[in-house]
Ligand binder design. Structure first.
Ligand code: SF4
Length: 124
């Protein structure tokens, strides 16, 4: 069975055709470079996503302020797609004390994945 994918690793956007072989491995064609093979394997066998969100700031206080006074955060690397909702719940449970500097680690090595959640901007 063939599957069609567009590689999003670079702006070339190669259209990939991926066939699953009898041993379960993937045969990729249409890629202009080796990164397309890596992309197809990750996307079909173990998809991951970068996660960006906002976190509550400690002491923002009023409910209306909490909605607008939030800290942008992101993962340092992509996280397994099937766990993204759980990771988002952990981010939304944060209560970040200021000041915070861009790059400060807010969640270290989430569930032993090697993925950190960091502040995406400086707030004092
Ligand atoms: S296969 Fe290579 S050239 Fe094509 S989109 Fe992916 S990274 Fe870019």
């Amino acid at each position: 069975m063939s599957q069609e994918l567009v590689c999003i690793t670079c702006p070339m956007g190669c259209r990939l055709t991926v066939d699953t072989l009898t041993d379960g491995s993937l045969e990729v064609s249409g890629n202009r470079c080796a990164r397309g093979i890596k992309y197809a394997n990750e996307e079909l066998l173990a998809p991951k996503r970068m996660v960006s969100a906002t976190a509550r700031i400690a002491g923002a206080g009023h409910e209306a302020l909490d909605a607008i006074a939030r800290l942008p955060v992101r993962t340092t690397v992509a996280y397994p797609k099937e766990g993204v909702l759980e990771l988002l719940a952990a981010i939304y449970a944060l209560n970040v004390a200021l000041p915070v500097k861009r790059g400060d680690v807010l969640i270290k090595d989430y569930k032993g994945s090697g993925v950190d959640v960091i502040a995406a901007r400086t707030l004092s």
